[in-house]
Design a protein around this ligand. Structure first.
Ligand code: NI
Length: 183
């Protein structure tokens, strides 16, 4: 049974460290496979759209992208959660786009962060199959960039102008206004 893991909060030095690559030989070990199952469960339980291993206290290069519509991101696309081992961004579009983000490690805060509109990602699947230069765009590219940043010790607030940081309460008002406009 997967376990729910504690999410490390801003200020914990692990969030600012560069995480270690997972060695190929370790991909199919119980430690890594259980970690991925626990990260999937933790992300699901907390209503997140992604999570990175350093956020659960392990400084290794593993991320989950699990986009679906949530109260915070009502227009997020639904995908089957993807686990990536040693993800690398191999291409970034020149165009940046700002969009709202939050982070389970910084509850109560939202920020408008600049991200590349489209990217390509190379990574190992959770069972070690290599994926090369897979194209990602829009919100999914945003989530992937946010999670890869966690592996390099970067938080979304580092990519947000201080005047573009707002409280969760104000953010919820914004989301409500988008929904009423859409109706
Ligand atoms: Ni985060």
């Amino acid at each position: 049974m997967p376990r729910l893991l504690q999410v490390v909060q801003l200020g914990n030095p692990i969030l600012r460290r560069e995480a270690d690559e997972v060695r190929n030989a370790n991909v199919n070990t119980a430690v890594i496979q259980e970690l991925i199952d626990d990260m999937l469960a933790t992300c699901e339980e907390s209503g997140g759209v992604g999570i990175a291993a350093p956020q659960v206290g392990l400084s290794v290069r593993i991320i989950i992208v699990a986009s679906k519509p949530t109260p915070a991101y009502p227009r997020a696309p639904t995908i089957k959660p993807v686990a990536m081992i040693n993800p690398k961004i191999t291409m970034k579009s020149e165009n940046l786009e700002t969009g709202w983000e939050g982070c389970m490690s910084i509850p109560g805060l939202r920020g408008n962060a600049g991200r590349h509109k489209t990217i390509k990602l190379s990574y190992l699947t959770r069972f070690g199959a290599p994926i090369t230069d897979e194209a990602w765009g829009g919100f999914l590219a945003r989530v992937a960039q946010h999670e890869v940043d966690h592996l390099d010790g970067i938080m979304f607030t580092d990519r947000t102008h201080p005047l573009e940081l707002i409280s969760e309460k104000e953010y919820q008002k914004l989301v409500a206004s988008w929904i009423s406009v859409a109706k």
